[in-house]
Design a protein around this ligand. Structure first.
Ligand SMILES: [Zn+2]
Length: 402
């Protein structure tokens, strides 16, 4: 189904603009009027990361008049594998400013509005207000649900995308624009259980996948702004990079949706961290009172070397992560081995008195495995808060971070 354009055309294009956008102007479905609509458009991109990078670059090149960037993070070396809007000399700079500079280089006619703050319940409505369209490049579930709800309350349509390893998804949510169109909650009523779906930082992402999905998001944004074609409202686009396969599934509005359904009970922003749960209840319970710091661990490792203490240090990450960096003296037993029960055979017997100490990258996965191990009778088992990331930052900066 085609939709009316989201934006009224600007009064005119300058001679410079006509030259710059000539390859758009000669496409009948865009033309002079479509380009004038892009010029008048205000688009907010959430995140200048994996998806936000290609999205911002192409929206800017396309001539979207006003581009907002909502991003609070700084450029890290590990971002450069996929976040192509940033460069080597931007490492350590705020991503929002780095992205603004790249946009100015690509298209100085774009007005960039920087929102250099973390989106939260207190600022999200203020930041969203006034934009015609949102492109969501968020990488976590709490923000994703917040974006969906805030956009719904304000009646702003948005283009969603997500990426993981070789898999990408995208859709357009416009429940206020199109009758019976679903929102993100209709597609995913509940966030996945904490710890079930790793983030890109935990699970990895193929760099070029960001370009595939980010460019689909821009494609849909341009269609929405200009009224060209049929945007993916009520459609879930699924991309499998390994099979090189695109699929498009129908997504229906859920009449029982808590946000856009007939008996909706989400009528204002909620506590999204609690809704999505940073870690499961079991893991939080296990970690309470059973979390040690990397400084404590360093001390314990010294004592173990001297023979005054006995414990086993278990790294529950994946083998390819273990190849990148390690806490010396750790043994690798990936989290999956704890979930399928095989790990327990590899631990010292419960009655041996040998303490079990666990760590992962950041402390989320090890909190989950801690709950399993404590449940199996290892009452004095602990995990390392902050994991190997904290170890590298605070104890051993000579090792690479990831
Ligand atoms: Zn809904």
């Amino acid at each position: 189904m085609s939709l009316p354009p989201l934006v009224e055309p600007a009064a005119e294009l300058t001679t410079d603009e006509v030259r710059r956008y000539s390859r758009h102007l000669i496409i009948p479905d865009v033309g002079m009027t479509g380009q004038k609509r892009l010029k008048n458009a205000k688009v907010l991109v959430i995140g200048a990361g994996g998806l936000g990078s290609p999205a911002l670059l192409y929206l800017a090149a396309a001539g979207v008049g006003t581009l907002g960037i909502a991003e609070f993070d700084e450029v890290d070396e590990s971002n450069l594998q996929r976040q192509v809007i940033h460069g080597q000399s931007d490492i350590g700079r705020p991503k929002a400013l780095s992205a603004r500079d790249s946009i100015a280089e690509i298209n100085p006619l774009v007005e960039v509005v920087v929102h250099d703050e973390r989106l939260d319940n207190d600022n999200v409505m203020r930041i969203f207000e006034g934009y015609d369209l949102i492109v969501d490049g968020t990488d976590n579930f709490a923000t994703r649900y917040m974006v969906n709800d805030a956009a719904y309350f304000l009646g702003i349509p948005y283009v969603w995308g997500s990426i993981y390893r070789f898999d990408g998804q995208a859709s357009v949510f416009a429940p206020k624009q199109v009758e019976d169109a679903p929102c993100y909650r209709c597609l995913y009523p509940e966030p996945p259980p904490p710890g079930m779906v790793p983030s890109c930082a935990e699970g990895g992402v193929l760099g070029v996948l960001c370009a595939s999905i980010g460019s689909i998001q821009v494609n849909e944004a341009i269609k929405l702004l200009t009224g060209a074609g049929e945007p993916a409202v009520g459609k879930l686009v699924i991309y499998d990079a390994l099979e090189l396969e695109w699929r498009k599934l129908k997504v229906r509005k859920d009449p029982n949706c808590r946000l856009c359904g007939e008996h909706a009970d989400v009528t204002e922003l909620i506590d999204y961290d609690a809704f999505c749960g940073a870690i499961s209840e079991e893991a939080a319970d296990a970690a309470a009172g059973s979390t040690i710091s990397v400084t404590q661990l360093e001390h314990m490792l010294k004592e173990r070397e001297e023979g005054s203490r006995d414990f086993v240090l278990v790294d529950v990450r994946e083998p390819n992560e273990y190849e990148i960096n390690q806490i010396p003296g750790s043994v690798l037993i990936p989290k999956g081995e704890f979930l399928n029960g095989n790990a327990l055979e590899q631990l010292p017997p419960v009655d041996s008195g040998t303490q079990v100490v666990m760590h992962c990258k950041s402390g989320v996965r090890s909190a989950e495995t801690l709950a399993i191990v404590q449940g199996a009778g290892y009452d004095d088992a602990v995990h390392v808060g902050g994991g190997v990331v904290a170890w590298v930052n605070q104890i051993d900066p000579s090792q690479p971070a990831y």
